[in-house]
Design a protein around this ligand. Structure first.
Ligand code: ADP
Ligand code: MG
Length: 235
């Protein structure tokens, strides 16, 4: 345990020195051995542009509004900060929900969950998929002990409304993935209802392939303007 405390302290000390221009490999980021091991085993060595630009900001605790086209590697740009955020706080099952990723569709949620499983394999966190089509009762029993949830909006709101004792009060980090698609699918009001019920002290990362008017509205509602950075790698 002492070894973990030493590792965490030395990682955090390096956060302020992160400069995207100096990042050539994932191992140039101050990342835990567990995360670096998961990346290596998944054959990820060189970060993509969006990962190089946004991971450091997220590690430092900033809110990030990131836009980059489909296929640019946005998933790891939030999976890595989630793992590090919880690891550095020595998050465990009794701490409950620490990170929430909202995806537009079941299929995307599955894909993101698969990446989390692979890259996070050496960590001890519990993770769950909360999407339509699963057994609501089974989910309800486990949901309070799940550290990282990947969900679709409707199903997550259903738990907020209907699952007794469900609470997100400890939430550290919220990710809105493919925000433009979430809104295209008509989830604007569902998103507002979810965000209203999350603790305002959290960190928020919003990823989108495009910057539409409605994405900007969602950003205004969900991100903390005083601590916000924009990352766009297309322009
Ligand atoms: P986006 O969400 O921006 O559409 P994804 O996160 O789904 O992109 O990634 C697209 C593809 O690129 C995936 O197959 C993923 O495994 C791959 N990929 C992501 N990051 C890297 C990387 N650093 N090195 C190599 N391949 C990567
Ligand atoms: Mg994506």
């Amino acid at each position: 345990l002492e070894q973990i405390d030493t590792e965490i302290a030395s990682l955090k000390k390096r956060y302020e020195e992160i400069l995207p221009a100096n990042i050539k490999k994932f191992s140039d980021f101050p990342l835990s051995q567990r995360t670096l091991g998961g990346l290596t085993n998944s054959k990820y060595t060189v970060p993509t542009d969006i990962q190089r630009e946004s991971i450091g900001l997220a590690l430092k605790g900033h809110d990030v509004l990131a836009s980059a086209k489909t296929g640019s590697g946005k998933t790891l740009a939030f999976i890595i900060p989630i793992l590090e955020c919880l690891y550095c706080q020595k998050w465990s099952s009794i701490d409950g929900l620490g990170a929430l990723v909202i995806s537009p569709t079941r299929e995307l949620a599955y894909q993101t969950f698969a990446v989390l499983r692979r890259v996070g394999k050496q960590h001890d966190f519990s993770a769950g998929l909360v999407v339509g089509g699963m057994d609501l009762k089974v989910e309800s029993k486990k949901i309070n002990y799940t550290n990282i949830i990947i969900c679709t909006p409707g199903r997550f709101l259903q738990h907020m409304d209907e699952t007794r004792n469900f609470t997100a009060t400890n939430l550290q980090i919220l990710v809105l993935d493919e925000a433009d698609r979430i809104l295209d699918l008509g989830f604007s009001e569902t998103m507002n209802a979810i965000i209203e019920n999350l603790p305002p002290s959290r960190q928020t990362l919003l990823f989108s392939a495009t910057q539409t008017r409605s994405v900007k509205d969602l950003a205004r509602l969900s991100l903390n303007n005083d601590n916000l950075f924009y990352v766009s790698v297309d322009e």
